[in-house]
Ligand binder design. Sequence first.
Ligand code: NAD
Length: 419
Amino acid sequence: MSDFNPLMNFKLQRVQKAPDSDRFSSSPAWTQDAQYEIVDPETQKTWGFVCIDNTQRGPGLGGIRMAPNITLNEVSRLSRVMTHKNSAACIPYGGGKAGLVLNDPAFLSDPQTRAMLMEKFADALFELENYVPAPDMGTNEKDVQIIHNNHSQKLGTQKHSRGGAGRPINKGGIPIDDWELTAHGLFSAIKVIESVDESLDLSKTNFIVQGFGNVGAPTAIKLQEAGATLVGASDINIALWNSKGLDVHLLNKVRKEIGGLRNYPLEVEKKFSQDKLDWLLEAPCDVMVPCARPDAITAKNVDRVQCRYILQGANTPSSKPIEYYLHHRHNILSLTDFIVNAGGVIGCAVERNMIIDDSYADKVKQIGVRTYVENLICNTISNNVLENYTRMKNCKGYIFRDAATELATERLFSQEMWL
Ligand code: NAD
């Protein structure tokens, strides 16, 4: 995004998709509601994408991703995941997702430029009443607050349910990254598996984390506190492997520095540079926690994966066919993204409900906002993991994702709410 020009504007341009019914669609459940490109009308350059997948349960809630090489296909796939995630978690939202293409990360180191970019994006988003943005990879709660402020100004009030969720706490938001809500949900999920699968004992487990960011780092801390040993960790700069264990707190300290995990000061057995980051996914371990981009595990490396469990922090870290192969060929249990990483959207749903419903807000405040949200996440994700695990065991040939998709689709067409 180095050719960003402060005078430029963003406009949404509808992508005219050929209806699936004209072809032999491979995902017949429903057709995506709408896809948009974010373009500069002067130059027709495309800066990003927004996809609204399904609004059966409510407006499409899903984060804004800012990263290099984002495509319409990635955003579209992720918005479908959000539909499943929000319906499985029984919150009143459908699925949506946005992506901004950021080819030059240095570009955003200037907070003013970043704020300007978000303002322009907010202007374009205002016409989309059925999309609720939130933070995702590369964006944060301050970015969403800029969108919220922009919409407040246009609507002439602060008390509205437009303009995003997952905002800073001092602005009435629920900070999903600061409160480590997604990690809280991931940890709840693996604890349920520990309680039903006698071959998993977290205190004797070693694990690797791909993507030591806002989800990966706090998940590593929680697993370590439960007695597990982190043997591998990566970020966009480097992948580190040490069979005797890495120092989680040191990694957490250096991850926000320039160069990230490259600044880890202790000796390690193996280091993989930027062009070999994915080699870490082949490391022997009990639990792999992918927390970065889609398709970490593909046909290229699936036969070399050596873990026993995959806890999907990232959205779409693998595809359904790959998960079939992992399950049936390698006996690896892969816990589906939209079930186990729903902590963030549950926090967003509570935040928005507190704005529009005063009696709900009073109830939540009485319990304590963080306690209420953490309990809701733990209960929702624990129930869903157990439900899917049982369905999987009771249905021959099912993998965890089959059970999860079945559950999410049933709830998509129900009115059940768990807020
Ligand atoms: P983040 O930007 O804080 O962290 C991402 C990390 O991945 C960074 O450390 C980055 O350097 C690293 N990374 C990027 N490409 C990599 C690669 N090829 N190999 C190794 N590491 C790489 O983002 P986040 O919020 O932690 O989100 C991570 C994933 O979790 C995303 O897929 C996101 O959609 C998903 N997720 C996040 C939340 C949330 O609450 N933040 C909720 C649900 C799902």
